[in-house]
Design a binder for this molecule. Structure first.
Ligand SMILES: [Zn+2]
Ligand SMILES: [Zn+2]
Length: 244
């Protein structure tokens, strides 16, 4: 192939008839005189620099690609809209979830959960209820004298089953302050871990994650780590930080 010859990108013929060839302004492929479909005069016009600046020659492939652009633009526009809607939906879901979680936490601030209270063996629900009331009253008055147990509501979490290990009792205190008072003073019990705050599923899951994390870090050699509630949020901190 001599330096001046070229291969037509449509018919693959090799020729050196540069005069009649045209190259595509987009893909730069060269078409021979038989393939570009223009008269010699038209080719000359295209070669004029002033014309070439404003008018482009496009090969058949590029032309058909160009023809698809409006369609592609339309699809792009639809996709952009869809992405926007998906983001909006996602934000809504996250916000709704946060609002629900907040409401759920607020609802639970009056509650405490008491574990390991033996269940009455009576088959009468009312008697079992009275038994639970009395047991809880004993525990609560042992923890704090400031809190009254009159009219507190309580119920076992889980269905009664004779002989099964005791279900936890949810106690709805009369106020958030009553619940806080009990939680703060529960160390007065022989087993303080028998009283816990009423946490949402998300809070319990997060606490479990923190405990696993604490165990991992301790196993990897970090010392003096503990979980502490800071402004109501559990966090892993170094015991040293508490003293400071
Ligand atoms: Zn050709
Ligand atoms: Zn082209």
């Amino acid at each position: 192939m001599s330096p001046k010859s070229f291969t037509c990108s449509k018919c693959s013929k090799t020729t050196n008839d540069k005069k009649l060839s045209v190259s595509c302004n987009s893909c730069k492929s060269i078409l021979c005189g038989d393939c570009h479909g223009m008269s010699p005069t038209e080719v000359r016009v295209f070669e004029l620099k002033t014309i070439a600046r404003v008018v482009s020659f496009l090969c058949v492939d590029c032309k058909s690609l160009m023809a698809q652009i409006p369609n592609i633009m339309k699809q792009l526009e639809e996709l952009t809209k869809e992405v926007h809607h998906l983001r909006l939906r996602q934000n809504m879901l996250v916000t709704e979830g946060a609002i629900q979680e907040l409401a759920e936490r607020t609802k639970r601030t009056n509650n405490i959960i008491i574990y390991d209270v033996p269940e009455s063996t009576s088959d009468k629900p009312l008697q079992r209820q009275e038994h639970d009331k009395e047991e809880c009253r004993k525990i609560i008055t042992c923890v704090s004298k400031k809190v009254s147990c009159d009219n507190v509501k309580l119920f076992r979490l889980g269905k009664f089953q004779a002989g099964a290990s005791p279900h936890p009792i949810k106690v709805v205190m009369k106020s958030k302050n009553d619940a806080i008072e009990i939680l703060r003073n529960k160390t007065k019990l022989d087993k303080p871990s028998n009283i816990k705050s009423d946490q949402t599923a998300m809070q319990r899951e997060y606490l479990k994650y923190l405990r696993d994390e604490l165990e991992n870090r301790t196993n990897n050699g970090e010392q003096g780590l503990t979980i502490k509630y800071i402004q109501g949020q559990p966090k892993i901190i170094c015991k040293q930080e508490i003293k400071n």
